[in-house]
Design a protein around this ligand. Structure first.
Ligand code: PHE
Length: 509
């Protein structure tokens, strides 16, 4: 039954209660030709909204058994035998059984012998009628007829019911549970739709004051959940997400798996001849080959070109001919620093519009792609935990402190920092953690302070610094789960039985 039909039925039921003040679920089930249980379900739905009230009831009915129905149709067993003998003369037991059935014969035979209306010759096993006239009135059949017409057991005295139920087994008592339904507090509202949840929408525009809420039915059976398990990587990812959110970081939108080289490299002041920009390291798209970055961000596009070619703000740039065609090439993003770059550009735009710069903390956790040789610890796609803080006068101390704090929250307090090189950060710092099981220092991230050559063309205030990092998600997760092969963590070889069990992230001794 679809919701439309259900609504129609509800309206009809409400109209009936309006007219009669009271109905029973049994009546409703008969009238609407619907099974009783479904009617009860509908009534319970209306009751939660207090449109109706219901009261649990019980009735007992006396109803005929199969043997009782046989008697109703053909007469009581003894009369059936007597009639046969009268019509066709003495007969063997066997012949009679064939005609009226064994059960009926046995019952009737006993009754006839008791009333001495027949004789039984054991030698020939033949039955003979001993009375002249067969009773014109079949008392038992009459009683069965009465029960069939009126099955209220209170109408029959104890002896009658005992005879019918216990002795003859022609009837039995059935108990029916049902509900008496009356108008409820909200009856006049009719079949209204109730709000099921207090939503932000209701709260934010005062609709909640007028909204009608249904009562929760705490006794209802919950929906069965199709149980699934969180992928290990997702589980670790959720925990990291929590850490950032707790510290007031905002999540960046990471929905561009396909990115233009411009955002992935050029905006980060990564020169176009840089080795990571060739097909050995990066996946280039055949179709659509080019992005439309210049059209969307014409001024910024030119400022980036200028910075690469000639520099500015005290820098001499890279001193080469920057190609807009190269910048427009579509690729699969090689790092989520492309995401940070887009977000920083937006912050700069806002600053330009409002004249106000608001310090911000951002993070993201998502997939990146590299054209790597696959082995036990390298896949062509993996996840990066990216983040940055943009604020006035930030320095290396803030960067290292922030990183230390983050890893401490994950249970890692032995860290080492190593000077490194990235085209877009200065200084740049690689992060190593001590793995207590393998007793080795392993690289778990890279970080730095974004260069002015990256931030100035965006238009951020010159005294705003951005400390930033990119951490690996898989590497520490592998250590945590004691996995040697990255394919056991990511890809089609993952064992689905490995459910969410990462209560502590990793490096816990
Ligand atoms: N993008 C770098 C990487 O992929 C990580 C990084 C992010 C380094 C931000 C510095 C600043 O390894």
């Amino acid at each position: 039954m679809d919701t439309k039909d259900q609504d129609k039925l509800k309206d009809e039921i409400i109209a009936e209660i309006k007219e009669k003040n009271e109905v029973t679920t049994l009546d409703l089930s008969k009238k609407h030709k619907m099974d009783h249980q479904s009617i009860v379900g509908i009534i319970k739905g209306l009751e939660i909204k207090e449109i109706v009230e219901s009261e649990k009831m019980e009735t007992k009915q006396i109803i005929l058994t199969e043997d009782g129905k046989n008697c109703l149709e053909k007469g009581s067993p003894d009369i059936q035998i007597l009639k046969e003998l009268k019509a066709n003369g003495p007969q063997t037991k066997k012949a009679l059984i064939e005609k009226i059935g064994e059960k009926c014969f046995n019952q009737g035979f006993k009754m006839c012998m008791k009333s001495k209306s027949i004789t039984h010759d054991k030698a020939s096993d033949t039955l003979t009628l001993k009375i002249e006239e067969i009773p014109t009135e079949d008392k038992i059949q009459n009683l069965v007829k009465k029960v069939n017409d009126d099955n209220d057991p209170s109408k029959y005295d104890a002896n009658t019911t005992k005879e019918l139920i216990k002795n003859l087994k022609f009837a039995q008592i059935e108990t029916n549970k049902f509900f008496k339904v009356k108008k409820g507090k909200n009856f006049d509202l009719g079949n209204v739709k109730f709000e099921t949840d207090l939503t932000t929408e209701l709260l934010s525009n005062d609709k909640w004051e007028k909204a009608k809420f249904g009562k929760y039915n705490y006794n209802t059976k919950g929906k069965e959940i199709q149980n699934g398990a969180l992928h290990r990587l997702l589980s670790v990812r959720n925990q990291i997400r929590e850490i950032f959110l707790e510290q007031g970081f905002e999540e960046m939108p990471t929905n561009n798996f396909v990115e233009s080289s411009f955002w992935n490299f050029d905006s980060l002041f990564q020169p176009q001849q840089h080795p990571s920009r060739d097909a050995h390291d990066t996946f280039f798209l055949k179709y659509p080959k080019s992005a439309n970055t210049e059209k969307k961000f014409p001024d910024y596009f030119l400022r980036v070109k200028e910075m690469h070619e000639k520099g500015g703000f005290g820098s001499i740039g890279w001193q080469y001919n920057w190609s807009s065609e190269e910048a427009e090439k579509n690729i699969l993003r090689t790092h989520t620093t492309a995401v940070s770059s887009r977000v920083l550009y937006k912050l700069a735009e806002e600053y330009k519009k409002t004249g106000k710069f608001i310090p911000k903390k951002y993070f993201s956790i998502d997939r990146v792609f590299r054209n790597e040789t696959l082995d036990n610890s390298h896949l062509a796609e993996f996840h990066q935990i990216e983040g940055f803080i943009a604020d006035y006068e930030l320095g290396l101390g803030h960067l290292l402190g922030t990183i230390e704090d983050y890893f401490k929250r994950l249970g890692i307090d032995k860290l080492r920092f190593k000077p490194a090189y990235n085209p877009y950060t200065e200084p740049s710092v690689e992060i190593f953690a001590f793995h207590p099981v393998s007793k080795k220092w392993v690289e778990i991230g890279n970080s730095g302070i974004f260069r002015p050559e990256m931030l100035m063309p965006m238009g951020l205030p010159s005294n705003v610094n951005v400390i930033a990092w990119g951490f690996s998600l898989e590497r520490p997760a592998m250590i945590h789960y004691h996995l040697e092969n990255i394919r056991e963590l990511f890809g089609h070889e993952v064992n689905l039985k490995h459910t969410q069990d990462a209560s502590i992230y990793y490096f816990k001794e």
